[in-house]
Write a protein that binds this ligand. Structure first.
Ligand SMILES: Nc1ncnc2c1ncn2[C@@H]1O[C@H](COP(=O)(O)OP(=O)(O)OP(=O)(O)O)[C@@H](O)[C@H]1O
Ligand SMILES: [Mg+2]
Length: 505
């Protein structure tokens, strides 16, 4: 018995055929993973099912009945819930307000806040989440916001749940917790579709897998029993993919970036507490940690976006300070963690975004050299495999992963000596992850000094030559990557392991 059957779905955007006669079926009570490279059409297919996006062709059958979905409200009424790739919560509202918005309990005609709060707190307790119903969403970590999104769908009685990359920002413990909840929901009869780029997770939680490539359904309804991550990777990309990376022994050179006791207080709270480290030529220094523990502020201090209360940063022995432009001209490159607000101007074209901040290099006597810009940007599209119909389309029309690739391509191509790299592969597909990792290692081998901040444990562990763990504004542990196992790292990242101070050297 099917919860959802989508047949022959086609969606043509002005320049992209996002879905090409796609069939997709979700069985009742199964967890079905939808895989595919960046831009393959995963989010689009699920947006069609949620009534956000109208297909040009095709039929949708929900619980045996054909439906015509014009807006999300209709999908919600049919028991469909969606947790989006980019969160859609209102930060200034409380957890309760965000969850009940649109279907508030009423007493007479008045919003019954007390009863809403009670219902939401009951749900939170049932799932054992560490959040409070009256907390403001802006006070929550990204992982916690994720949980609010899920509760919102459950509150609306979703019997069909769509999760678009829900684990990209979670710690291993949080992923385990989410999977526990998904299994519980499945037992209660909920049918779940989950989009993720993490193949290990797919095999762990899903019963069934379908793979999209370039808008076409390549394989559908594959059982996760008896299939390997390598096979899944090959189905997605159409070629063999190197999943594990090798760190070669390298030669670490002189100190390029010397950071001394960066301290930042905000609203009576210490956000950064005497952070010191040295970043050397030819090394990748990783910082593992859950978002919201000072990484954002640290990155901002290291790129000139924010000024710390106390700080001394030296680049090649000379003081480094000033505005972001000064940091860029001293050859400190920055891949920001949040591409939507810092990395890109979504309303500008792919071309303008690929030279953003570096326009001067393409000017002569105040005139932009359009031909050089075109050649340069078209080359980058090819080199980084960015899926865009041409360089003039707006960045807002690209898929999430392709937007990320634009930021990477821009910064890597400007030949910095020091690179501050945050969450470089969040939301990008395995082919692109492989590519970005190779590039980072190559840049390291060429002698660049790289600071890598990532919530993805496999990533920081595999790439880093040295690893630090950040919690609550402090560096709580430092060592070689192989000195930490995942669970131990997870505990350090949540503060549960206390101050370990694993030191080496
Ligand atoms: N609003 C839009 N206008 C024009 N093109 C779009 C729009 N939304 C998506 N596309 C295009 O449709 C294709 C599929 O996009 P979609 O977001 O479904 O990919 P995805 O599989 O979710 O990728 P990712 O893993 O990067 O999130 C992409 O080529 C994208 O550029
Ligand atoms: Mg997507």
């Amino acid at each position: 018995m099917y919860a959802v059957e989508m047949k022959n779905i086609t969606k043509q955007y002005p320049l992209v055929l996002a879905l090409d006669h796609v069939d997709f079926a979700l069985k009742k009570g199964e967890i079905h993973s939808l895989l595919g490279e960046n831009g393959a059409g995963k989010s689009t297919l699920m947006k069609v099912l949620y009534g956000i996006c109208r297909p040009d062709e095709g039929t949708i059958i929900v619980n045996g009945k054909q439906v015509d979905l014009k807006k999300p409200k209709q999908a919600i009424d049919l028991g469909i819930g969606m947790v989006h790739q980019h969160f859609m919560l209102t930060p200034v509202m409380s957890v309760t307000e965000n969850i009940v918005v649109g279907c508030e309990p009423v007493r007479g005609v008045i919003f019954d806040k007390a009863s809403a709060q009670r219902q939401v707190q009951e749900m939170i307790d049932r799932y054992g989440f560490q959040i409070q119903a009256d907390q403001k969403v802006k006070e929550l970590s990204v992982g916690e916001q994720q949980k609010v999104e899920i509760l919102k769908a459950i509150y609306r009685n979703a019997k069909i749940l769509i999760l678009d990359e829900p684990t990209a920002v979670l710690t291993p413990q949080e992923v385990e917790e989410l999977f526990r909840i998904l299994r519980e929901l499945k037992k209660a009869g909920t049918s779940i579709t989950i989009i993720t780029h993490k193949l290990k997770e797919t095999l762990e939680v899903a019963d069934t897998v379908s793979v999209l490539r370039d808008g076409r359904m390549i394989q559908s309804d594959i059982s996760t029993k008896g299939v390997t991550t390598e096979e899944l990777a090959q189905m997605m990309v159409g070629r063999e993919v190197e999943l594990g990376i090798c760190r070669k022994t390298q030669s670490v050179g002189k100190v390029r970036l010397n950071v001394k006791e960066i301290t930042l207080r905000e609203k009576e709270k210490t956000v950064l507490d005497k952070i010191s480290f040295q970043l050397k030529e030819g090394e990748i220094l990783g910082i593992a940690g859950i978002e919201g523990n000072g990484q954002t502020e640290l990155i901002e201090c290291l790129t000139g976006i924010r000024k710390a209360d106390v700080s001394l940063i030296e680049k090649d022995g000379e003081k480094l300070e000033g505005a972001p432009g000064d940091f860029i001209s001293r050859k400190v490159g920055h891949i920001p963690e949040d591409r939507m607000t810092r990395g890109l101007v979504l309303e500008l074209s792919v071309r303008d975004n690929l030279i953003l901040g570096y326009q001067k290099l393409f000017q002569k006597n105040g005139v932009m050299n359009r031909r050089r810009i075109r050649e340069f940007t078209e080359n980058l599209l090819k080199e980084y495999g960015i899926k865009a119909p041409n360089i003039s389309v707006k960045c807002s029309s690209l898929s999430g992963g392709n937007q990320q690739k634009i930021v990477i391509a821009r910064v890597f191509s400007e030949d910095p000596d020091v690179l501050i790299v945050a969450q470089p592969t969040r939301g990008v597909d395995i082919g692109a992850i492989e590519y970005i990792h190779e590039r980072l290692l190559k840049l390291r081998d060429e002698g660049k000094a790289i600071l890598l901040i990532s919530a993805d444990l496999d990533e920081v562990k595999n790439l880093s030559d040295r690893l630090m763990v950040m919690y609550d504004g402090r560096i709580v542990a430092e060592g070689l990557p192989e000195q930490f196992d995942d669970m131990h790292l997870g505990l350090l990242m949540t503060g549960a392991a206390g101050r370990e101070g694993l030191q080496y050297e």
